[in-house]
Design a protein around this ligand. Structure first.
Ligand code: HEC
Length: 417
């Protein structure tokens, strides 16, 4: 508090092209008139405010917007996921040890018991890390924290309705079950809450709530209807624990693990609960060339949907920015030689820049057939500052300047065992 908002009426227009006057009602006793479709307002006291707008043209024709609710006085919690090992990558057989912590302006450091009851965490496996998939991965597990529940708790509904058992009125679970397959329920039930009703459940009458904003009634109904899904909802993993990737998921060559954790705070001063979702992506240990930068002479070809780096020039490099090498003992290099070589190509793995600290090296290609896939393992020096995120360079140079053939880098695979 105070809470400053910006309201816009974008999309409002007058078919006659008249000049419009906007009258904003902020629900806190203050009204403002503007000639622009944009206004700022500050709420100084905690509360739920029904904000609405009416627009009039020069001839006195007026139209009113639906009300929207603004909640002032509760701030969003902060959630953090930490993993004990590597924070950039997972390794198939190495347990991922995680812990969810958080804090909230109103609640302080979140206690274990609160995290257990109001928090949620799941691990999902995405076969490719596209953003659309990430979006659906994070929206799960949120039913418990819908604002409707807190709005309901702040009203007189509690006098007549309980979640699980019949009271003066039916329980919310019963209602959810009853309207589960009724797609129109989201439209008429809010009206019933505003107008009251009787005869659907028994002899008792449901009180009317004419002052309740329709948008709040909709939030409540959204929450009520979500209760039908709750039983089918995926259970949260423990708020701290561990899992082995290869046991939990069917691993794919390109897949990433997304941990998403959320916490729904307790609300404050009659304000509904707010939820924060936090994601941590643990990438596939096979470094994605799409994420890499290279020196200008390095070129790409795509084979079987996978990018391959072609290197023909000394001191060419492939760079991966800001990755963790914690627990990485070695890096497997899958490659092919353009031509048979006597001297081979030297690979150096360096930190920070192409001449930076050397953490591993290997000669590649001696005795190998041309254009056949080969494999080498480069051991990683263990005394690097592994907690930090690092820029890692793979630098390639010909051992014998007279030799001509290039080297193809097919895969760079981080290993933790
Ligand atoms: C005075 C007691 C009372 C209060 C207060 C009350 N209700 Fe009800 N409610 C009832 C009764 C009784 C019924 C069953 C009415 C019927 O048989 O149609 C009911 C029915 C409902 C229904 C189902 C309507 C239908 O047609 O199936 C919903 C949804 C509902 N209440 C929500 C709320 C909400 C939300 C609040 C608070 C804003 C609230 N009620 C406050 C007594 C109450």
């Amino acid at each position: 508090m105070p809470l400053k908002i910006k309201a816009t009426a974008e999309g409002t227009f007058d078919p006659d092209g008249d000049k419009l006057t906007y009258t904003w009602d902020f629900g806190d006793g203050e009204k403002t008139e503007t000639n622009t479709s944009y206004v700022e307002h500050t709420f100084n006291e905690a509360g739920t405010y029904a904000v609405s707008l009416s627009v009039s043209d020069e001839h006195g024709a007026t139209s009113r917007s639906p009300q929207i609710s603004v909640y002032a006085g509760n701030s969003r919690p902060q959630v953090k996921i930490e993993v004990a090992g590597n924070s950039s990558f997972y390794f198939p057989n190495t347990p991922v040890k995680y812990e969810v912590t958080g804090k909230d302006n109103e609640e302080g450091e979140l206690k274990d018991t609160d995290l257990q009851s109001r928090g949620y965490i799941k691990a999902e496996y995405l076969e490719s890390s596209d953003k659309a998939a990430l979006h659906t991965a994070t929206s799960g597990g949120m039913e418990t924290s819908l604002p409707g529940k807190a709005i309901m708790e702040s009203l007189d509904c509690v006098a007549c309705h309980k979640i699980n058992e019949t009271s003066i009125g039916p329980s919310y679970k019963e209602m959810a079950k009853h309207y589960k397959d009724n797609v129109d329920a989201i439209n008429f039930l809010p009206q019933t809450i505003l107008k009251g009703g009787s005869g659907n459940w028994g002899d008792m009458t449901m009180a009317a709530h004419p002052d309740l904003p329709l948008s709040d009634a909709k939030e409540i109904v959204t929450w009520i209807l979500s209760l039908a899904k709750e039983d089918a909802k995926e259970q949260s993993m423990p708020m701290s624990g561990s899992f082995v990737p290869s046991e939990k998921f069917q691993l794919q060559p390109q897949g990433d693990i997304v941990l998403s954790a959320s916490y729904a705070d307790k609300g404050y001063n009659q304000m509904p609960s707010l939820t924060t979702v936090e994601n941590l992506i643990l990438r596939n240990p096979s470094l994605k060339f799409e994420d890499a930068e290279t020196s200008p002479e390095v070129s790409n070809i795509t084979m079987g949907g996978k990018q391959i780096k072609l290197i023909n020039t000394d001191n060419s490099w492939i760079k991966f920015s800001q990755i963790s090498l914690k627990d990485v003992n070695s890096i497997q290099v899958n490659y092919g030689m353009g031509e048979i070589t006597n001297a081979g190509w030297k690979l150096e793995i360096r930190l920070g820049n192409p001449d930076g600290e050397l953490i591993g090296e290997e000669i590649l290609g001696i005795g190998k057939e041309a254009r056949e896939p080969s494999e080498a393992v480069v051991m990683i020096k263990k005394d690097i500052e592994e907690k930090k995120l690092l820029d890692v360079y793979f630098v390639f140079s010909r051992k014998d300047m007279e030799e001509q053939g290039g080297i193809w880098i097919i895969e760079l695979l981080l290993k933790a065992e």
